[in-house]
Design a protein around this ligand. Sequence first.
Ligand SMILES: C[S@@+](CC[C@H](N)C(=O)[O-])C[C@H]1O[C@@H](n2cnc3c(N)ncnc32)[C@H](O)[C@@H]1O
Length: 398
Amino acid sequence: MSAGYRFDPADLDYLTSGAGQDALCAAADRPLTEGSMLADLTALRALCGPRAAAIVETVRLRRRAVPKLGEIAAGWLFTDEALQQATPGPVARHRAQRLAGIGVHDLTCSIGADLVALLPHCDPAIGSDLDPVRVRMAAHNLVASGLPARLLVADALTTVSRGLLPYADPARRESGGRRITSVETLPSVADLDRVHASRPPVLRLPPGIDYESLGRAGEVEVVSLDGGAREAVLWPAELATVARRATVLSSTGAGFELTSADPEELSSGPAPADVVGDWIVDPDAAVVRAHLVRHYAARHGLTQLDPHLAYLSGPRPPDGVRGFRVLDSAPYSVRTVSGWIRRDGTGTVEIKQRGTSVIPDELRKRLRPAMTKDTTLAHTLVVARIGDRPWAFWCRTP
Ligand SMILES: C[S@@+](CC[C@H](N)C(=O)[O-])C[C@H]1O[C@@H](n2cnc3c(N)ncnc32)[C@H](O)[C@@H]1O
């Protein structure tokens, strides 16, 4: 995660002053691209001296923030890292609706992206964070959004409010890999649960967390937005309605939920023997991370290619889902795949793999000599471990 410009309290005084607002408007009219930056900074230094860097950073962050958080964030303040960490607007609003009617304390509110979504639904909703610069930014952002700012600088590992449901979105440690555990968040899940034992918090964690190893009572909800897994939310028993939930959100408003009271309830069906003519379906990341692939398959009449893999197959993909029509399949070898490429006059290949040692970028280089130049004809190669060997599925790219 890049650190970006370090804002200090004097920057915030300036950014929230009348002169700062004028400088932000002037900067918003400039391109602020790599090519224009020298001229932009020279012009802005003439207007606001040493604060020009803070002005430029704020305008650039606002431009990045709007697609993630919505138009509401067009006048907000951020640090680069805080913007990267902020919950995307549709995801924050989904959670806020689930918390409607409950008083909530956001223990790690940062610049307030979650709080802004909580405030219209939760009474009261208050926020705190260890970082005083972020708390001041959150205060600006809430007021700029027409919302009350009840904020304080506080350690999430202290109790500074009473009667409110704690919510925490702890920071991720830099060293964390894809599968992380409680010790790799700041503060850790174990510490948050210990300090707030009288009312266990709602926890927003990275989607790759090994949530089963945390052994927490309640519900695990994995949320995706536009196909990318965004978070695993651990709901305490007080608010759990199922054991596991996959929530698939999209910026266009379409989406679905898949739930299970018992994620182990479905046994795996037999692997399909011959899928040529069928479709391969790669379920949404939330379904995969919530370990509800079998539930998704049962709902849509699909079968797993292998009981240990998330790839599914069936006579047609679910409505609105991108599937891959299987033209051929065989045990995987570069020679076989090159043969398919030559036979079909393929110009580009999308490579997807699960459970094998295939590295798509390296394989693409090895397949290049077989490809036809000057054609846009594309195919998709799915390589999957079936049983104990890699198997190749040659598909029409949708
Ligand atoms: C992932 S960010 C939260 C983002 C926020 N939910 C949003 O959508 O904007 C994590 C925050 O935890 C804060 N933090 C880290 N340790 C903390 C602690 N012990 N007490 C309070 N806040 C802490 C960091 O300063 C950071 O702002």
